[in-house]
Design a protein around this ligand. Structure first.
Ligand code: SRM
Ligand code: SF4
Length: 582
């Protein structure tokens, strides 16, 4: 069944595009959204079709707004093609989990669903949520309804909307964390799309007629592209606030939240060989009192909604709107919509974008254990029953879990009496020592890539642990095993592990081939620079041996690797402007 691509009848609330432009002049995704009956499309029918394990192409696109992606097992692709079979379709399901906070009861449910439908694995993502992979079409509804029982959903986890709203996982200040986390949760609820499509398709509810229009903010065509929001609490920049389309940097006096500096226009995605696409770090444009967060979200998002490129999706992120129109123009337009001028940005300082691993104290006598989870993969690995261990902990844990932006997991809000119980379980499962990993491994991230990601050009999650095992002897040789250096790998240039602001970045070009970037800022404040292009493992190790050796010899006390390679002239600094890093 095809979707009718017609001008929607309920235009009055649709401020989501320049109405002087006929739909036919816009990109195909715009006409698809506009004709989708607010994201219903024919998803319900596609789910019932028993002939294919997949769904129609337009429904695949709409399904993203519902937090799900049709994928296929790429390890099996060639063999199935040879056998003239359709690809081994399955679905990735991404949970909406603002700030990465979940309860033990929710964990138990997620674990159960993953064991029943998700290949007995869960994946913690770089935006603090869970992904299920390997879900078959026939199990999608049961999965979503199971999440619903645990008060979770997948609305807007993907698609041209707000995505997962991030929040710093600040172990030291639990009162402040609670306050800012509540704002992140409210922001997610406020900015998520509102159509009844989700309830009708996944929960089987009847359509409710409304005179107001289903999407008072988004209209019929939603955002031009994904839009990402995050809340940072200095001195930790764990959420990588400069990689967000809209970032809020908490300004705190004592332990009291005063307001936020506002940063706009961050994003990582780029395409090899297309210099008109580039990563850009967000620009700080001013300060707002804490009470103004919601209206600021509306003002900033509406500027992008109304001025973002709706013809060319490769040019549709907010960063391009800002660079095309000029930062001053965008800021003035935001202030115009807000009805007040932003105050001058307040002083703040970040010190790192990593996690503090192990036990740390919170105020009020509670503590938190942050567990290093290599690349966010939760499964029962040979010799490490990680999934079982976390389920056992969830069964007795009385606090919360916090998923970190570095794909790690904090067992948070642990009371005094519970701490020894949790410690004993960590020891029983061999999770207390964190495996003697190098500081580089503990500060590493890899995106999912193969075999599920349809865009991967090279391995990432399955390859990085082994590569680090080969880098570690070099670190040992240069006496750098305990020196934190951020290392991030992706299987393509899209930047899902935020590789372009790491001190060492590796982005996949082809099977076994990567671009090597160095010189990013230790706390995510500076883009790195292309150092070697399209190289294989031997060349990566040789290049790293050389630059790590120079760093070990020439660094100043406390100097980070990224800062050193710039000071030593190994790569030039990526400065203001369009932020090109290749
Ligand atoms: Fe991402 C697309 C995985 C964080 C930039 N990302 C994808 C897809 C859905 C592939 C696709 O479109 O078919 C990947 C699914 C792989 C799989 O099998 O699961 C995927 N992205 C991920 C995750 C799971 C990586 C991870 O290992 O944790 C992260 C999920 C975050 C979440 O919970 O919402 C993830 N993606 C990011 C980030 C980091 C961030 O947001 O902090 C970025 C860079 C920031 C940015 O948006 O620029 C990112 N993903 C992209 C892009 C490039 C976007 C662009 O504007 O250029 C794509 C491709 C696209 O959208 O066309 C993409
Ligand atoms: Fe897939 Fe590329 Fe994102 Fe990795 S960076 S998950 S390969 S889209």
């Amino acid at each position: 069944m095809s979707i009718e691509l017609v001008e929607p009848p309920h235009a009055p609330t649709d401020r989501s595009r320049d109405r002087s432009q006929p739909l036919s002049n816009l990109g195909p995704d715009e006409t698809l959204k506009a004709g989708s009956n607010h994201l219903r499309g024919t998803i319900a029918e596609s789910l019932l079709d028993e002939i294919s394990a997949g769904i129609t192409f337009p429904d695949q696109k709409l399904l993203k707004f519902h937090g799900m992606y049709q994928q296929d097992d790429r390890d099996l692709r060639d063999e199935r093609r040879r056998q003239k079979l359709e690809p081994a379709h399955q679905f990735m399901v991404r949970v909406r989990l603002p700030g990465g906070v979940c309860t033990p009861a929710q964990w138990i449910k997620l674990d159960k669903l993953a064991r029943a439908h998700g290949g007995e694995t869960l994946r913690l993502t770089t935006r603090q949520t869970f992904q299920f992979h390997w879900i078959l079409k026939r199990d999608l509804k049961a999965t979503i309804q199971g999440l619903h029982e645990a008060l979770l959903d997948t609305v807007a986890a993907c698609g041209d909307d707000t995505r997962g709203v991030m929040c710093a996982v600040n172990p030291a200040l639990s009162g402040l964390h609670a306050e800012v986390y509540n704002m992140a949760r409210d922001a997610s609820n406020h900015a998520a799309w509102k159509s009844g499509a989700y309830h009708e398709i996944w929960y089987g509810e009847k359509k409710v007629a409304s005179s107001e229009g289903e999407e008072p903010f988004y209209g019929d065509t939603y955002m031009p592209r994904k839009f990402k929001i995050g809340f940072a609490i200095p001195p930790s920049n764990d959420i990588d606030v400069y990689a967000q389309d809209l970032g809020f940097i908490a300004i705190v006096k004592g332990h009291k939240l005063e307001g936020f500096n506002v940063a706009i226009g961050g994003s990582m995605g780029r395409t090899d060989g297309k210099p008109e696409t580039y990563p850009r770090l967000a620009s700080v444009i001013g300060y707002i009192p804490a009470a103004r967060v919601t209206e600021t979200i509306d003002a900033v998002m509406s500027v992008q909604r109304d001025y973002g490129d709706r013809k060319d999706r490769a040019h549709a992120r907010f960063k391009y709107t800002i660079d095309d129109k000029g930062l001053d123009w965008i800021k003035a337009e935001i202030e115009n919509r807000l009805g007040f001028a932003l105050e001058a940005a307040r002083t703040y300082a970040f010190t790192s974008n990593g996690d503090v691993l192990g036990w740390s104290e919170s105020d009020g006598g509670r503590s938190q254990f942050t567990l290093f989870i290599e690349n966010g993969r939760i499964a029962n690995h040979p010799g490490l029953a990680l999934m079982d261990a976390l389920l056992t902990i969830a069964r007795i844990h009385e606090g919360t879990f916090r998923l970190t932006p570095n794909q790690n997991l904090a067992i948070a809000d642990v009371g005094r009496e519970q701490r020894p119980v949790i410690q004993a379980l960590l020891e029983e499962y061999g999770l207390d020592e964190q495996g003697g990993a190098s500081a580089v491994r503990r500060n590493s991230m890899a995106c999912v890539a193969l075999p599920t990601c349809g865009l991967a050009m090279a391995e990432s999650e399955r390859y990085l642990p082994g590569l680090i095992s080969k880098i570690e002897p070099l670190l040992a040789k240069h006496n750098l095993m305990d020196t934190p250096i951020t290392l991030r790998m992706t299987g393509c240039p899209n930047g899902c592990s935020r590789p372009y602001n790491s001190e060492i970045g590796l982005t996949g070009r082809a099977p076994g081939k990567y671009n090597l970037y160095i010189g990013g800022g230790f706390h995510g404040h500076r883009l790195n620079k292309l150092y070697r292009e399209n190289i294989g493992e031997a060349a990566i190790l040789s290049a790293l041996d050389d630059v790590l050796g120079q760093y070990a010899q020439g660094r100043r006390p406390g100097e980070h690797f990224g800062d050193f390679v710039i000071r030593a002239g190994i790569v030039p600094e990526v400065t203001e402007g369009r932020h090109f890093n290749d």
